[in-house]
Design a protein around this ligand. Structure first.
Ligand SMILES: N[C@@H](CCC(=O)N[C@@H](CS)C(=O)NCC(=O)O)C(=O)O
Length: 225
């Protein structure tokens, strides 16, 4: 198998970590999205979305990080994608919640328009409004994540067992570290992330990402503090 990825990418990290945690034999092919490699003909031809990650398993190609995680978990018969109908539905629910509700305002509202020039609005007032809206909405979603999905008693997102939802949700939530968000106001999120970060391959897989975050320190970010 081969994963087209970039180590800083929010949606590549969960797949890279799942592969590492499960010793899955998979080559890593870096697509340098910071230099536009995802628009070069070689990659455009196989993924017209111009996005990473993409998994190649023989002649089968799969995009969408959440779908890739579930595919890999099924392939290796991992308990991180439970077989029980209701537990599985819960995992799917949480992944969909992250992918749509939370990520929209968190990633594309608060974080990315500040970080990536191609997502920054040209008009300064529009930019300010986009980020302010993203920040306010993100606070609402974070509170729901803290109180409802994790709550005071659960170790992970779906009860006390690690699931693919944790890989996915943690990668999206830690994207906040790019603009130096702090989760102290959300103790259950902080505890869940601390537990997840203690996993065996987190430090290695997130090394480049953490380096990138360190390089953005000290700038006047709009962030959750
Ligand atoms: N829904 C997709 C989103 C993939 C995505 O947005 N990938 C980003 C990296 S995190 C990307 O390739 N961005 C390139 C660009 O926006 O030009 C998934 O979950 O795989």
């Amino acid at each position: 198998m081969k994963l087209y990825m970039h180590p800083v990418s929010t949606t590549s990290r969960p797949v890279m970590q799942f592969i590492a945690d499960n010793d899955i034999k998979c080559d890593m092919e870096v697509v340098d999205i910071l230099k536009g490699a995802h628009y070069e003909p070689a990659y455009s031809k196989i993924n017209p979305n111009h996005l990473i990650p993409m998994l190649e398993d023989g002649d089968f190609r799969l995009t969408e990080s959440a779908a890739i995680l579930r595919y890999l978990a099924e392939k290796i018969d991992s308990p991180t994608f439970p077989k029980d109908l209701k537990q599985r539905a819960r995992v799917n629910e949480v992944m969909d919640w992250f992918n749509s509700n939370f990520y929209r305002d968190w990633g594309y509202g608060l974080i990315y328009p500040q970080l990536f020039p191609h997502l920054k609005r040209e008009d300064a007032k529009v930019q300010e409004a986009v980020v302010a809206y993203g920040k306010e909405k993100s606070k609402i979603w974070l509170q729901i994540l803290n109180d409802h999905f994790i709550g005071p008693n659960h170790k992970y997102l779906v009860g006390d067992q690690l699931t693919v939802a944790d890989y996915f949700g943690a990668a999206i939530t830690t994207a906040g570290e790019l603009v130096h968000c702090d989760f102290s106001a959300y103790p259950n999120i902080k505890r869940w992330l601390d537990t997840f970060k203690a996993g065996p391959n987190y430090a290695k897989v997130y090394e480049t990402f953490n380096g990138f975050c360190a390089s953005t320190k000290g700038q006047p970010w709009q962030a959750i503090t």
